[in-house]
Write a protein that binds this ligand. Structure first.
Ligand SMILES: *[C@@H]1O[C@H](CO)[C@@H](O)[C@H](O)[C@H]1NC(C)=O
Ligand SMILES: *[C@@H]1O[C@H](CO)[C@@H](O)[C@H](O)[C@H]1NC(C)=O
Length: 195
C-alpha cells in the first residue's frame, strides 16, 4: 500500500525542491512532496536518518529530533502514526532558519525551512506529543538544493511509555499501601517488645 502510494506520488508530481525558498506551503502537508518543476526525488535510502532523544514518549513531555547527515537547506518535518497522514503533536520554537507550518489544523503541526541557509546535524527540533497517540514516527522531506531532495525519510517508531502519570501514581500507591501497612504492624510489634 505504502509502495503504491509512493509510486503514484512519484509519478504524478512534478517537483522542485526549493522553488519555495521560504518554506513548504501548507498544500504539501499530506504528501510532503515539493511541487514545482519536473525534478524527481532522489532514490531512497536517503543519506539522512532521524534521531530522537528517546524511543518512548509521554503526553506533554517534549522529545528532541535531529536530522543526521550532510548539511541541508530545505526541510519538512512531521510526526505521524501508522498510515494516517495527520500531523500529530505540537512543535516547539523552531530552530534558526526554520519555522512552523500549519498542518492538520494545527499552526504548530509541522516544521519547514524559513530560508535556504544551511541546516545540519546541530539543528535540533523539539516536539511535544499529543495525549492520544500510542505510537508515532517522524517523517521528513530533506533538500540539499532545489534539484536534490529525498522524501519519506523516517525515524524509528516511538511508543508511548507506561500510562498517564495518574496511572503511574495509582500503581505506586497500590504497591505502597501494603508495604506501609506491614511497616505499621512491624513498628507496633517492636514497640510491644521494647515496652
Ligand atoms: C554531522 O555533520 C558533519 C558536517 O556535515 C559531518 O561531518 C558529520 O559526520 C555529521 N555527523 C553525523 C553523526 O552525521
Ligand atoms: C552547523 O551549521 C552551523 C551554522 O551554519 C555551524 O555553526 C555549525 O558548526 C554546524 N555544525 C556542524 C556539526 O556541522
Amino acid at each position: 500500500m505504502d509502495a503504491v502510494f509512493f509510486g503514484v506520488v512519484v509519478l504524478q508530481v512534478l517537483t522542485c525542491a526549493l522553488c519555495f525558498p521560504n518554506g513548504a506551503p501548507a498544500s504539501t502537508c499530506v504528501d510532503m512532496m515539493p511541487r514545482h518543476g519536473a525534478i524527481q526525488p532522489q532514490p531512497n535510502p536517503a543519506p539522512y536518518t532521524i534521531q530522537t532523544s528517546s524511543t518512548t514518549f509521554q503526553p506533554g513531555q517534549p522529545i528532541t529530533v535531529v536530522i543526521k547527515g550532510p548539511d541541508y537547506a530545505g526541510v519538512l518535518l512531521e510526526a505521524r502514526s501508522g498510515s494516517d497522514t495527520a500531523a500529530l503533536g505540537t512543535w516547539q520554537t523552531p530552530p534558526s532558519n526554520t519555522k512552523f507550518l500549519l498542518c492538520s489544523e494545527n499552526p504548530q503541526g509541522a516544521i519547514t525551512h524559513a530560508n535556504t541557509n544551511i541546516k545540519n546535524n546541530s539543528t535540533v527540533y523539539t516536539w511535544t506529543p499529543p495525549a492520544s497517540a500510542k505510537s508515532i514516527f517522524f517523517m521528513a522531506t530533506v533538500a540539499q538544493q532545489r534539484s536534490v531532495f529525498w522524501v519519506n525519510v523516517m525515524s524509528p517508531t516511538l511508543t508511548q511509555s507506561g500510562g498517564t502519570s495518574l496511572d503511574v501514581y495509582n500503581s505506586a500507591e497500590r504497591t505502597a499501601a501494603p508495604v506501609l501497612m506491614l511497616l505499621v504492624v512491624l513498628l507496633a510489634n517492636v514497640q510491644c517488645l521494647v515496652a
